[in-house]
Design a protein around this ligand. Structure first.
Ligand code: PLP
Length: 368
């Protein structure tokens, strides 16, 4: 088919950064892979068993758009009872929640505030919908929330802000004080918060805080099982927020995704019973290992407090050039430019065995 048959939105969606990394890594065998955005542990057995049993027992049909009743009840409980049932929607992981919330909130031409560095989908989804991503750069404030800068970027077209804490790719966690202050700014300007909370389990130095605590009436919270339970392929998550917004998202779900996979919804009930905190403890040790290793080797890096990423400065200036050197040594990491308008850093995922992290550090010590 001729490319000209494709819709205009294909040409406004930029995938070059990711494609470049794929091309660079082609041909690598038995590489030291510190690039992957998913936990290295297996889905706990009881969850896998619950899914198999659900299939065998006939949970193979469409479900309610909102999700099966018992699961919505369990989400309500998980959210501390702050949301009514019609303020909760089962989604196809956090990606599903992002698509639906963007669709429900943003018109073409609107502006959405997104941090730089960002999670790629936050930017690309805006572009896909004809929405203008406006970046609040966080390089000069240790990847924290630059409150003054954010307020200065607000225009009469700004409709929403995406908050991602703990963050991919920086690993930063915003403090209670910062989130409260941000909520006050957003309230003053009537801006909706889209809170991507996919890494909420992975907070190493302080308990997880959601902006919803201060701004519930104007926040949509997006949660999921991909990272906390290593269920990336299962596609399960949930959204909670003001009724008008959640019902609008449910309407779009009805005409797009229909429902989250039925047997996965049943398994989700089991997943909520499993204590995943030991995994987070293990990842805290990995965070310490990689951070200390990088500092000892002489890298310039800010200590992350959550998720499973760390974003050091590339010693050679360009992140892309530095990643080429890493790949030449069989180490797979990602240039910061994939997650940013700048090319100055590189992202390491430490969701890997201690041995792999050690091998990665060895290469990084050698090439700095
Ligand atoms: N949000 C962030 C910040 C992520 O890092 C990811 C995946 O890497 C997602 C959302 C999408 O996750 P999922 O759709 O699997 O829940």
């Amino acid at each position: 088919m001729d490319k000209r048959n494709l819709a205009e939105r294909f040409f406004t969606t930029d995938v070059s950064g990711i494609r470049k990394v794929g091309a660079m890594a082609m041909g690598l065998k038995d590489s030291i892979n510190l690039s992957i955005g998913q936990p290295h542990f297996e889905v706990p057995e009881s969850i896998r068993e619950a899914a198999k049993k659900a299939i065998d027992e006939g949970m193979n049909s469409y479900t309610e758009t909102q999700g099966i009743g018992k699961l919505v009840d369990a989400f309500q409980n998980q959210l501390g009872g702050y949301y009514a049932k019609d303020e909760i929607l089962t989604t196809l992981a956090v990606s599903g929640g992002l698509v639906l919330s963007f669709m429900a909130l943003l018109n073409p031409g609107d502006e959405v505030l997104i941090s730089d560095p960002y999670y790629v989908m936050h930017k690309q989804l805006a572009l896909l919908l004809g929405v203008r991503p406006v970046y609040y750069e966080t390089y000069d404030c240790d990847f924290q929330l630059p409150l003054e800068k954010i307020e200065a970027l607000i225009t009469n077209k700004t409709k929403a802000i995406v908050i991602c804490s703990p963050s991919n790719p920086t690993g930063m966690v915003y403090s209670r004080e910062q989130l409260k202050a941000l909520a006050e700014i957003l309230d003053k300007h009537g801006i909706v918060a889209i809170s991507d909370e996919i890494y909420d389990l992975f907070c190493y130095d302080s308990p997880f805080v959601s902006i919803a605590e201060f701004y519930r009436a104007n926040t949509v919270v997006l949660k999921g099982f991909s990272k906390s339970h290593a269920m990336t392929g299962w596609r399960l998550g949930y959204a909670a927020g003001p009724k008008e917004l959640i019902q609008a998202m449910a309407k779009f779900q009805q005409f797009t995704f229909v429902c989250a996979p039925s047997m996965v919804q049943v398994a989700g009930l089991e997943a909520l019973k499993v204590d995943m905190t030991p995994f987070a403890e293990d990842y805290k040790n990995k965070r310490n290992k990689i951070y200390n290793g990088l500092i000892d080797a002489g890298y310039e890096v800010i200590k992350p407090a959550g998720a499973f990423y760390i974003l050091p400065k590339a010693p050679t200036g360009s992140g892309v050039e530095f990643v080429k050197k890493c790949i030449a040594e069989n180490l797979l990491v990602i240039p910061g430019s994939v997650f940013s308008e700048k090319d100055t850093h590189f992202r390491i995922s430490y969701a890997a065995s201690d041995e792999t992290i050690e091998r990665g550090l060895e290469v990084l010590r050698k090439i700095i």
